[in-house]
Design a binder for this molecule. Sequence first.
Ligand SMILES: [Zn+2]
Length: 173
Amino acid sequence: MALRDILIHPDPRLKKPAETVGDFGVELQRLADDMLETMYDAPGIGLAAPQIGVMERVLVMDCVKEEGEAPRPMVLINPEVIWASEGLSTYEEGCLSIPDQYADVERPAEVRVRWQGIDGKSAEEDFAGLWATCVQHEIDHLNGKLFIDYLKPLKRQMITRKMQKLKRERARA
Ligand SMILES: [Zn+2]
């Protein structure tokens, strides 16, 4: 396993839709392992493949937050939301590609998601609470969408300028 570099917004790869996965081989297993390791190391609760520059529809997540509760690493290949509740909920979201920036985003409170496992088998599950927010945030990444795209233009531009500054500073370091 290896840690991968996480792309920081703005980056054209974070704005591009990712490709459907068709090859469920050893490369995919390696990608999923690396993504989980990179996510836990960050630390974060979700990571989508485009965030490490891999333009494939793969996401990982683990929203278990309670101390002492067993971790639940999940790998979702080609995920899609097949049902969303009318009820909405608001969470203060952040993103590993937009470090240290947080904002309230309103999304469906519950969603049913269908995906393929690492073995290519189809799976389906209802998500609520933080899991629902996280899986929608990560599927957005696979469609080239970021949580700041839900914000008012002024706020989005402010965050983007901060990230441009951060990237300049990192490039100099
Ligand atoms: Zn994100």
